[in-house]
Design a protein around this ligand. Structure first.
Ligand code: COA
Length: 260
């Protein structure tokens, strides 16, 4: 059953309180890098809570102080090839989160990079601590940000800024993230949980049906993205088979050996 989590589960599920469900990415020693076990656990949680319990708000967060999620697991990504790209492993999960019937909030401390940033973008709202750092470093690894950043980032912060962040891969701190509309609220890290709980509480006290239909209505203005999604998966398939991608990911994975 999806809500029976252990302390070492890839995703921790907090018992519903007043309709608020908290999902915590639980791999802090790897900065909550998204691996297949975590993806599977998130799918299982969505499967369960889409139809069970009176969920009114979902909060997504990362265990530990250092990261929301530092991206897809580069060790696993390195070995993925074109057919894996066409399966759109992360994008399919993030689309489910974006489409989840009730509002979702990303509570971000520390790094939200690559797929971690895209996961936060897939949520309806983002609240972060002052330690937050957002970024899309994918092109530096020889791949695309193929799990939503090319369409969700422009929708949030405008095409010009999105281009800059996607081309440069530079990090955006919490203050800048708020100034450009990437996050809804910034608070000191030790106030993050309370701030997110307060926002979730404001949402949860409103009518469940009206809130869900409001979310569906807002999703319609996202428009026809099917062509973009198909292009991005095909483009990623090309990158996944490129030797440069393997070389760049090996450089990340081997960097500590080189320092030693
Ligand atoms: N995939 C796999 N492992 C990752 C990871 C990722 N995306 N991000 C961090 N980790 C692991 C590190 O390998 C390290 O594991 P180890 O202790 O077994 O070697 C651990 O998490 C801690 O990371 P470390 O790099 O030592 O921390 P740091 O504070 O020096 O640097 C970052 C933090 C975020 C700058 C750095 O980890 C980084 O650049 N990560 C990759 C970010 C990225 O490119 N994400 C997009 C992927 S598509």
């Amino acid at each position: 059953m999806a809500h029976a989590t252990r302390a070492d589960s890839p995703v921790l599920l907090d018992v519903l309180q007043d309709g608020v469900l908290t999902l915590t990415l639980n791999r802090p020693e790897k900065l909550n890098a998204l691996d297949q076990a975590m993806i599977d656990a998130l799918h299982a949680a969505l499967d369960y809570y889409a139809t069970n319990g009176d969920v009114r708000v979902v909060i997504l967060t990362g265990a530990g102080q250092k990261a929301f999620a530092a991206g897809a697991d580069i060790g696993q990504l390195r070995d993925r090839r074109a057919p894996d790209a066409l399966r759109a492993i992360n994008a399919a999960l993030f689309d489910r989160i974006a489409a989840f019937p009730c509002p979702t909030i990303a509570a971000v401390r520390g790094f939200a990079l690559g797929g971690g940033c895209e996961l936060a973008l897939a949520c309806d709202l983002r609240v972060c601590g002052l330690s937050a750092k957002f970024g899309q470093p994918e092109t530096g690894l020889g791949i695309l940000a193929a799990a939503g950043a090319t369409w969700r980032l422009p929708a949030l912060i405008g095409l010009g800024r999105a281009r800059e962040l996607l081309y440069t891969g530079r990090l955006v701190d919490a203050t800048e993230a708020q100034a450009i509309g990437l996050v809804n609220q910034v608070v000191p890290d030790d106030e993050l949980t309370a701030a997110v709980d307060e926002m979730a509480g404001l949402i949860a006290r409103n009518d469940r049906l009206a809130t869900r239909l409001t979310k569906q209505s807002l999703r319609m203005i996202e428009g026809q993205l099917e062509q973009v999604r198909m292009f991005v998966s095909a483009a990623q398939a090309v990158c996944f088979d490129s030797p440069e991608k393997v070389r760049r990911m090996d450089a990340f994975l081997d960097r500590k050996k080189k320092r030693a």
